[in-house]
Ligand binder design. Structure first.
Ligand SMILES: Cc1cc2nc3c(=O)[nH]c(=O)nc-3n(C[C@H](O)[C@H](O)[C@H](O)COP(=O)(O)O)c2cc1C
Length: 194
């Protein structure tokens, strides 16, 4: 154990953290469901490792493991949909992440409704409160990092609630549920940073 010097009355007791565990405190959120389709085969996978890369164009970087069935569906079709589920879908989210589309049709297995997209052929998941239709715009980092750079080309979101209860993965089988919002710090933002 180490004592890290902060303010006198706020000394934090710390312990070494294995570098392969640092994601526990950095994990992005929310957990999403990625739907895809290629040559008559459709699928859904659960994904936690995504990041916003740019606003205009609207780019998202996603880590998709090469062993996943979704990997080839998305790489070959160059499309997918990022669907954001609410906490009420958490059981299905976990089960979707623990099964493979090689063996089952996850839309049927988990009773989810496939909807037609506006811009892509991959199906949207109707039960999710937000659906982002994406095109693969940069595949250069796939081979080295399994990183898909996607552009969101169409997006839809439920009209209410404004802040749906999302689920965020902490690793080790533990989820964090989205909680309270505050606008207390809003006045300190510069308008262009909002
Ligand atoms: C909470 C959770 C988060 C996950 N995050 C990712 C992820 O970011 N990238 C990834 O490749 N797999 C992730 N997985 C694993 C895939 O969802 C899992 O391998 C899935 O079964 C792949 O399905 P597929 O073979 O049908 O494509 C996650 C699973 C869970 C339960």
């Amino acid at each position: 154990m180490f004592l890290i010097w902060g303010h006198e009355d706020r000394l934090l007791k710390k312990k070494p953290l294995p570098v392969d565990q640092i994601r526990r405190f950095l994990e992005p959120g929310p957990i999403v469901l990625v739907s895809s389709a290629y040559r008559g085969s459709r699928n859904i996978m659960t994904m936690g490792w995504h990041m916003v890369m740019e606003f205009q164009p609207s780019l998202i970087g996603c880590y998709i493991w090469s062993a996943n069935h979704s990997f080839e569906l998305i790489r070959k079709s160059r499309e997918c949909v990022i669907n954001i589920p609410e906490v009420k879908l958490a059981l299905k989210v976990v089960d979707i992440g623990n099964t493979s589309g090689r063996d089952i049709d996850k839309f049927e297995e988990f009773g989810l409704t496939a909807e037609r997209g506006r811009q892509v052929k991959a199906p949207l998941i109707a039960e999710c409160f937000a659906n982002y239709e994406c095109r693969l715009v940069d595949s250069r980092l796939i081979r080295k990092y399994s990183l898909f750079v996607l552009e969101v080309v169409a997006a839809r979101v439920a009209v209410a609630p404004k802040f749906p209860a999302t689920i965020h993965y902490r690793g080790d089988g533990v989820f964090m549920l989205s909680g309270k919002n505050t606008a207390r710090y809003r006045p300190r933002f510069r308008p262009e940073m909002l």
